[in-house]
Design a protein around this ligand. Sequence first.
Ligand SMILES: [Zn+2]
Length: 443
Amino acid sequence: METTLVESTLIQNGFLVLPDRVIKGDLRLSGKRIQEFNTQLSPMADERILDAGGAYILPGFIDIHNHGAVGFDFTLGAYDQEKDWFNKDDTVYLEGITRALEYFLKQGATRILATTLAAPPTDLIQAFHLLNDYLGTDPAGLAIALAGINLEGTFIKDAAFAGAQNPEYFQSASARLFDRLQDASGGNIRIVNIPPEHGIPGLELTSHLSGQGVIVAGGHSGAYGTATHQAIDKGLRLAVHYFNGPNRQSYKSFSHNGAMEAFLVRDEVSLELIVDGFHVDPAYVLDAIQRKGIDRIIPITDSLFINGSDTINAFSLAGIPGQVSADKQYLKVAGQMDTLFGSILTPLKGFTNLLDWMTHDRNGIWIKTHSGHSKHEALVMISRMMSGNPARLLGLDKDQSTGAATGMIAQGYSADILVMDLTQSDQGMPSIRHCFLAGKMIY
Ligand SMILES: [Zn+2]
């Protein structure tokens, strides 16, 4: 991928999607940061000028739940289709990271979290060493887009709630194991799924992680409400792919319902939502947005290595057989009716779906109707959900030792910017004309 860094870029004639409004104007990027924006800025000598021509300018998307793409899985390595096997030789794995980052930059994500499956700890440690090496050496100049690791599968407890994760590799809640993994990763684990049903050890691990700024999530959970509220009291802040997982739901008042109800009623908790239109019916997506509020929803892809590959139709992953649906729109566990297996959703497609769903009148499930918003209202809300909220969850909305804050268009923020054409193309999709990563024009 060709990349260029010039000192200053002026993007003219765009619609800037800000956290509270859309304005027509110009945006100046200087070095790695957003320098300024206004309804009109005068060009300076020697700066690159891009005419947006009425295109929309948004902060890059942040995908906090992403297992890989284009044949690469963050836990297992590069997929060899002939052998139905993953290659985790160092160079193959490191090249795979670059391939995945390039793919997601094309799809609008300027930050992703490498998300792991349940796997033997030795495999995780090997992968985490390589991810840490990659961040240290930055072989392709894209490492800033890898915002760390989301440890999803390791501490799932109940096989009945495994989804497409392999129960053989589930571990008990253990600070010692976490510390070993965090050590191998060079401190880059940002989110850990600890379903609330681990009892005291789970609560202790939750406190241990919250105390050091690691986000505790809950999902693939059979917990009742009582245990879930206790975990939230200790610091649990994120529901893993809400509505999917599966997770315990209970209408009964015993034990304060289930995990699903607790995640919904507690304002401290944000909800991940897979917005491919298959995992969660759009009616429920809109209900969840309405119930939790715009600032508590984080759209995710849950992308699997199949994403971006046309040739793979069946596969096995960590011992679980999967297949691509006949219409190539989703993945399922082979032989099961409706157990979905990650997704082949891209951030761009998720954005497109939300823009469609939120600009039309649609029926909900629990909420009778959702009135469509204007395009600009919807863009502000979607941008906050896809960039602002995940940045705030991870603390990326503040200056980092490794660089500037990200997640919105604001002065001094990292120049992680998309220039998007929102008129429908032949494929019926908005497209991304340009992408900047920390001031570098990726395309
Ligand atoms: Zn999952």
